[in-house]
Design a binder for this molecule. Sequence first.
Ligand code: PLP
Length: 469
Amino acid sequence: MRYISTRGGLIPATFSDILLGGLAPDGGLTIPEEYPVLAPGELAGWRGLPYSELAFVILRKFADDLPAEALHAQIDKTYTAAIFRSEDITPLTPIGDSVWLLELSNGPTLAFKDLAMQLLGNLFEYTLLKNNGCLNILGATSGDTGSSAEYAMRGKRGIRVFMLSPHQKMSRFQTAQMFCLQDPNIFNLAVRGVFDDCQDLVKAVSNDAEFKAHHRIGTVNSINWARVAAQIVYYFKGWLAVTTRDDQEVSFAVPSGNFGNICAGYIAKRMGLPIRRLILATNENNVLDEFIRTGVYRVRKTDQVAHTSSPSMDISKASNFERFIFDAVGRDPVVVRELWRQVDTHGFFDLSGTDAFRAVARSGFVSGSSNHQNRMAIIRWVCQQTGRIIDPHTADGVKVGLEYREQGVPLLCLETALPAKFEESIVEALGRPPERPAGYENIEALPQRFEVLDADVGQIKDYLVRHTS
Ligand SMILES: *Cc1c(COP(=O)(O)O)cnc(C)c1O
């Protein structure tokens, strides 16, 4: 399998070539030259496979340049009951008649990002050790991504993580989760400022190409291809768990922000998994819902992004969306470049009435959005029905999923975080906090390790220089 860029400027590359990278050199996103398509009977042969075996047969199609044993070893090391607190890795819980939660949040940071990030940590370490390399990951976080990256990279040889977060602006639980890590390769930098300041600082450092190269600075944001690839696996796992016939269709409801999670579902469908609908759910920041309904992709300015009670979906633009649009416009990089030029100059593009937009509907996408009141009502409803407490992001997905539910079609709602991460919202909805998983009871009381810095590029660079040599 070879990888190209959505903007046409990448000489076809292997999985290993693009594994550690972010954006392609031409500013586009990397994507397989062709999606692998399942052979007749192949899916039937996967029934009953444990998660790690299933992950191997799927990911081998995308990472065919790694030695099979090495890939297998990294996957086996990743998807264990010890790390994901369940033999199934992604178990199902019924929440209604033919409606399930696909539990994706039992990993170390209690959010679905662990499923991909934990594998990424192992693949990064393997690749760096093989090439005698090292990598200094610089990132900015308002919560989920940063902790997921730190828990995936902690203790890994050849890797350091420098994670900027807004000083005293994350929830106590999220802060504790990150700052309690004592691993010497993890550096928590609390920046006096807001999340956007952190992001600007990362950009400023990354734009200094010489500094970046000299100090081997890299990223692990959601555009990383391997993260999308690893997420494809649980769509197969979920489908296999609720079907008995090989042509049976299933719909998935996906709480969406940067379009990474649902992009993986779309690719699973392209590979031949019988997915009926991909139900895209947003919160009040409805950039993607607007596109699916109207064909207009209109990014928001930072000050137009609402701060909601499902904060990991508070986005101004959807960084993985370009992968999907590349397919929708017939894989023409000239068109993709023109569309993103329009986004850069006018803030939007409009595909309404075009073949590209008809292709979007044909791909099975439908969408909806929800607001704070909807989330609260859904959390209460699911709890009344089943005794189960879901988190506000998952509630966005369940709300929109139920709107598109069809007789006879199993509906899998992706659980993207555990409620313990968002205690305040649960108390508001139910009048009591959710239970915490074992080991997280007193996380706020653990000793914390972090450094406070000003929102100043000079200070950040200076810190990096002192800690990367
Ligand atoms: C990251 C995240 C999302 C959004 O996922 P995307 O891949 O960005 O669409 C939804 N819910 C939670 C809890 C998250 O952490």
